[in-house]
Design a binder for this molecule. Structure first.
Ligand code: GTQ
Ligand code: FE2
Length: 372
């Protein structure tokens, strides 16, 4: 008995320039290539080496008013516990073949925890953060340090730290998770470990130990002078982000050129030990548009996910466009021009894979009307 092994390799039919004539002899050669698992460059080059980035990911919008009820329904039907680990529902970009990936490198999910529930302790090499668009009552416990989560807070959590979440309130809470799961998946270099099933919940302090040590601008503990690749600060509180942005716009109104462009204030969350990005693979920022502001189109290599935190506006990504409001999430694929416009004013949280691209010298950006 013989087993028929079909080669997974196909020489692509292409209408690219400079292809040899498809004679019977050439077709036979291509079948020989396929049997030997060979693919010629000349049929692939257009796809593999395009003149500029052409992302498979599509611009796409998920509305909070649809996400939240679906997450709440999962809260009724799906227990959270060991094995499944998290009641998290990932945004699956329609261009990425049904994988739970928002972009080729970024994971974005809505996570939901009922009153009294624990998301069990684990650790993984994937870098993560939480961002809270509404609600409170969950403490995320990172290496035994309980960190309260409230609206507007940004909570980074570097790879390989133990973490679990506990809802100590009498109301369910939802938030978004951002991770580098897709990027790390391609690296085939990831590790994962289970910790205790229950989250340590004796303490529920207003401020985590990490904030008590690190949340003092410009002040570095003399016991911690060595730079670390990820931020040691586990919570960036809304009151500081809000104040930094309103002060930028106030300074602009006083005639100081401190904004990214007129009416557009922005801050980046940084690692206080380096001044660089909070996590080795993830960049996170917060943008505030004053009322009646329109940004000029900007394109960048690498991809982004945005969440509207407040206000409303109009988003244009390449050929796509949406009217957006609080909680809505949208994806900007590599090199697609993005512009934002608002009448009421709009606050947006953003995360990107830029640190990876910068470190590999693959980062490029272009903004209309500038040289940068
Ligand atoms: O909360 O620890 O959305 O490990 C995906 C993987 C959340 C988490 C996610 C995770 C977590
Ligand atoms: Fe996790």
């Amino acid at each position: 008995m013989t087993t028929q092994v079909t080669s997974p390799v196909r020489v692509r039919a292409t209408d690219a320039a400079d292809q040899p004539e498809r004679t019977p002899e050439l077709e036979a050669l291509y079948r020989t290539f396929e049997k030997q698992l060979l693919i010629p460059l000349w049929t692939e080059i257009g796809e593999l080496m395009p003149s500029q980035p052409s992302s498979k990911a599509l611009p796409y919008l998920w509305r909070w008013q649809d996400l939240l009820p679906a997450a709440a329904q999962a809260g009724e039907l799906v227990p959270v516990g060991r094995g499944g680990e998290r009641r998290a529902m990932a945004l699956a970009n329609p261009g990425l073949g049904g994988r739970p990936f928002a972009t080729p490198t970024l994971w974005a999910a809505i996570q939901y925890l009922n009153p009294g529930e624990d998301a069990p302790v684990h650790r993984h090499t994937q870098n993560a953060f939480r961002f809270v668009v509404e609600g409170e009552g969950v403490w995320t416990v990172v290496n035994g340090d309980p960190v309260a989560m409230r609206r507007g807070d940004f909570l980074p959590q570097a790879g390989w730290n133990w973490h679990g979440h506990h809802n100590r309130s009498d109301r369910a809470m939802a938030w978004i998770d951002g991770l580098d799961i897709p990027f790390q998946h391609y690296t085939e270099a990831t590790f994962f470990e289970f910790g205790p099933d229950e989250v340590e919940t004796r303490e529920a302090p207003e401020h985590s130990r990490s904030e008590r040590l690190w949340a003092h601008p410009g002040l570095r503990p003399l016991t911690h002078l060595r730079p670390t690749p990820s931020t040691p600060l586990l919570a960036y509180r809304w009151e500081y982000t809000d104040h930094a942005l309103s002060e930028q716009l106030a300074l602009e109104a006083d005639g100081h050129a401190v904004t990214v462009e007129p009416g557009h204030a922005a801050v980046r969350y940084t690692n206080p030990t380096t001044g660089g990005d909070v996590l080795p693979t993830l960049r996170t920022e917060f943008h505030r548009l004053a009322p009646h502001t329109e940004t000029s189109p900007r394109q960048e290599t690498g991809s982004s996910v945005f969440q509207v935190f407040d206000g409303s506006g109009r988003v244009t990504v390449g050929a796509a466009g949406w009217t957006v409001e609080r909680g809505d999430l949208f994806v900007v694929p590599s090199w697609q021009p993005l512009s934002l416009a608002t009448e009421t004013g709009m606050d947006l949280f953003r995360f990107t894979d830029a640190p990876v691209f910068e470190r590999l010298d693959l980062h490029r950006s272009h903004q209309e009307g500038t040289q940068a």
